[in-house]
Design a protein. Sequence first.
Length: 262
Amino acid sequence: MRVHVVSDVHGDVEGLARAGEGADALVVLGDLIDFIDYADPTGGIVGTVLGADVSAELARLRRSADRHALRAYATEAWKAVGNPRALVEEAVAEQYARLFAVLPAPTWAIPGNVDVPHLWAQHAGPHVHLPDGKVAEIGGLRFAFVGGAPLPRGVAFTPGPAWRPNLVSWDDYAAVVDGFSAVDVLCSHVPPALPELAYDVVTRGPEATGPGLVEVIDRDRPRAALSGHVHQPLAQRVRRGRTECVNVGYFRRRPTPYVLRW
């Protein structure tokens, strides 16, 4: 078997269309949507709707890790449009229509934190499996899938003015992972709590990690634990016991899939 794995597509339709070439299956670990384009402020949903200047400032605040300032600025910026939630969801649906149309058969896909999962079923054809929170058999191996990103323990979600990221409570995320058993390949959007995979060298800080993922790795000793989310990790891969823990790459920047063979 040869399976290609990608994450953090962020609107790269052309790259995604080629991602499954030569593979028996494609696995997508989330963040299909290009919400804010850090390289091109005129791109992404924010750049298109709010303009390049606003997009550039939001990107700067995101890199600064000042979450309070980011939220305050975003709240004011979205007041400039009439119905920001409806406008954003319409733009997201347009991107999904293009992205899901190029997914090959078969594909297994889970949402990232920059995704809108309730729109997926209407865009995914019969050859696209949506296994978030489940275990699926691919080529005789048990793949466990968990998408989205957890909120910090004890923190409740507070919706923003226009965009609802795919964030779940710490306890709900941990409960999903706790339900996995006999895992051969662990697939998540956010990485396990391993510093080399969680730390982003550009934003200079740790990103979200998934509660319970390290415990599954230590218990089941899967051959691979695959994740994305962190665009510039301190290390692309870390060995934990017999398990190869891999950040499969920021696909929009480098549209080359990670290859898993057995």
